[in-house]
Each structure stands twice: as C-alpha cells, then as structure tokens.
Design a binder for this molecule. Structure first.
Ligand code: GLY
Length: 389
C-alpha cells in the first residue's frame, strides 16, 4: 500500500469538504472519500446561522465557537464565491423569534436574559412591533426578540461551492464508501474502501456526520460518541405575487417544539424542523409534516396558500454535550471533525480553520481546545478494576 495523500478525509459533507479545502490550501495533498460529495445533512438543513437565537443554558463555551464562526462568515463567503464564481445564498437578513402564548413568552424572556447576559444583541418587541416587521405574522403573536445578527445561507449551494473549491485546490475525490480505518503500530495509516481499494495517508480525518461512530477499525475508546438525530424539513415556494412573504427568518417554540421559517431570496421558504431520536430512520412521516405545517400555520397563517415543493428528512450528528468533536484523538494520525449537531452549517468556516491548524501543527488552536475529542475519554481511574490493571 503506497501513500496516496498527506490527508485523507472520510466524509464529503460540508464539514469534510471545508476541512479538505483548507488542508489543500495549506499545501497538503488531500483526498476525500465519499460516494456522493456535497450530500448528507446539508441537503436537508435550512441553513440558519443562529448563534444568538439557538443559545441554550450551559452552552456558553459552544457559544464562543459559534460566534467565532459567525464572524468568519462574510469573509468565508466572499472567498468561496471568489474562487468558484457561485452564489451561496448568504443573506444577512436577521431573525425574529416570536411567542404565541404566555408560556412561549416566558421562554423568550428567559432566552432574552441569557442573551443579554452573554453580551449579545437582542431586542424585545411587543406583538404590534413584530407584525410591523413581518406583516404576515398571526394576529395572536404576543411578542418577540429581534436578533439582527442571526443570518442564513443556502446549505445546498454551500456544499456545491465547497466541492468546486476543493477541486480547484487540487483535492482528489474517491467516490466510494470508506469501509474501515487501517491502523498499524498504533497509528491510523489510511482507509479501506468498499471496493477493496486501500488508501494510505499521513493523517486521517473522520468527518462522516452522524455515521462517524460506525467506521470499522476505529478502536472503541476513540470511536466518537455521535448519534443520529432526525430532522424533517419542508420546502415551499413563494410565488412572485406574494413576495416578500417574510423578510427575515421567523421562529418560535410551539408546544415545546422548535419551528422556523427561512425565506430565501429565490422564493424558497424552508420550514423546519422536527427533532427525533429514532436511529437511522429517515422516513418523512405524515405526523412530522402535519406538526411542522400546524405550528408554522399558527405563526404565519398564509403559508397554507403556498405550494409545498419538497419534504425531506436528514440526520444531525448529535454529541453528548451538543458540541462538536474537533482535532486529534488518542490514536496518532486520526483526527475528528464531527458531532456538530444543530450547528453544522454555522460552524463550517471555523471547523475548516481549526482542522487545518491541527493538521499542520499537530494541536488545536486555543479557541477550539474545549472541543477536543479527548473530553469524552473515560479516565483510567474510573474504569472497573480488571480494565485498569
Ligand atoms: N439548527 C436547526 C436545526 O438543527 O434544526
């Protein structure tokens, strides 16, 4: 088996692609292994860049990484568009998070306190002010948060642009599924593909989204604790006579479930998303579609007039603390870029930079150290007696 690359990336979703692109830009000979580069969760995701409106208690460390990535977005988009000539649908439109009843309003008040406590820009509006911004909102909307820094991008365009950027940077693609990691003398040395090909590389990056925990040959204590979290998403079309239907992303928590409406400049309106722990199931269900339409209709009754053009389900790569696993593992030569859960699109620019740094320097940059995969290693003293000797 001769060495084919400096870096081999398993997974050609947006995280694997941005890693490969940035690695190739640093002069590393890079290959991506994936039967369909540019596919995966990015084909389903709405593309909200929602560092502020998706803030949760206990996720302040993740917030710092989310904000670092959001700040990179304008330059990242300009660079990617410059290289590929492709429009990524990046829209600096802001977001309005609204409440329909007293419980929702209490939830939003709590979120507002959390946001302002973290120094984030978020302004409380009453119901009338919300409807002045978004006239299609239901008359029952009781208030909301105006967040002007949460934007959107079209993840399908982003994925296509990253494939093109990788190709122009000299990244080589192997259009097969990776079957197992190859390990020799306690070091990752390459990957065996489903067709029997064995590819050798100086370093391997496992960036296979929700599938990252399933690559054969990865030692148990290094295997990422990533699980699939299903999200069903709808796509509607706003006919020109209804435009502009919404000016910005509108979202709410209705009966405990998140619903968001993301309006694109090209007339697409994305409505998402369910959150279901159902293993590898990607069936679009009547119940999922009903729930999304029911909740979206409560927010914006006019959506029932719009053509429903697509229904689809994808799998978020969930991690135990909802944060990604980035950089070197306990197995020499193996790095991770996975577990991005609800923030894969948002975290794409910073992930590329962090992984390129780790591939070149052998360690994470300071901003990414809290996201080392080593945080999930079982301490030896916590193992049962017979395993610790
Ligand atoms: N960040 C949106 C979602 O995961 O549904």
């Amino acid at each position: 088996m001769s060495r084919t690359a400096d870096v081999l990336v398993v997974g050609g979703g947006i995280i694997g692609l941005v890693t490969a692109w940035r690695a190739a830009q640093r002069g590393l000979a890079t290959v991506v292994v994936d039967p369909g580069p540019g596919g995966g969760a990015a084909q389903v995701a709405a593309g909200m860049l929602a560092a502020v409106t998706e803030l949760h208690h206990g996720e302040e460390t993740l917030l710092a990484l989310n904000l670092a990535s959001a700040q990179r977005y304008p330059a990242f988009v300009a660079e990617l568009t410059g290289v590929t000539g492709l429009d990524l649908g990046y829209r600096r439109c802001g977001t309005l998070a609204v409440a329909l009843d007293a419980d929702d309003r209490a939830h939003l008040r709590d979120l507002h306190t959390l946001q302002t406590g973290a120094g984030l820009s978020s302004r409380w509006l009453n119901g009338r002010e919300c409807r002045r911004l978004e006239p299609m909102l239901a008359p029952g909307v009781r208030g909301g948060l105006r967040v002007d820094d949460d934007h959107q991008i079209d993840p399908r365009r982003l994925a296509a642009a990253l494939v093109a950027a990788c190709r122009s940077a000299g990244v080589d693609f192997h259009l097969h599924r990776a079957e197992s990691l190859l390990v020799a003398r306690e070091r990752a040395v390459g990957v065996a593909l489903e067709d029997g090909t064995r590819l050798a590389a100086g370093q391997v990056v496992l960036a296979a989204g929700s599938l990252s925990g399933r690559l054969a040959g990865v030692p148990d204590d290094v295997l990422p604790p990533v699980r699939p979290v299903k999200g069903q998403v709808l796509r509607l079309t706003v006919p020109p006579r209804y435009a502009p239907f919404l000016n910005r992303t509108v979202r709410a928590v209705v009966r405990g479930s998140q619903v968001y409406l993301v309006p694109r400049e090209n007339g697409e309106l994305v409505v998402g998303a369910t959150s279901e722990e159902l293993g590898w199931d990607t069936t679009v269900t009547a119940g999922g579609v009903y729930e999304l339409l029911r909740d979206a209709h409560e927010l914006v009754p006019g959506i029932t007039e719009l053509p429903l053009t697509e229904t689809r389900a994808g799998l978020r790569p969930g991690s135990p603390d909802n944060a990604p696993l980035l950089g070197p593992t306990a197995l020499d030569g193996l790095l991770l870029a996975t577990g991005h859960y609800r923030n894969g699109v948002l975290l794409t620019p910073v992930t590329g930079d962090v992984l390129a740094h780790a591939l070149v320097n052998g360690e994470l940059p300071g901003t990414a150290r809290p996201f080392s995969p080593l945080r999930f290693r079982t301490p030896v003293h916590a193992l049962p007696q017979e395993q610790s000797v």
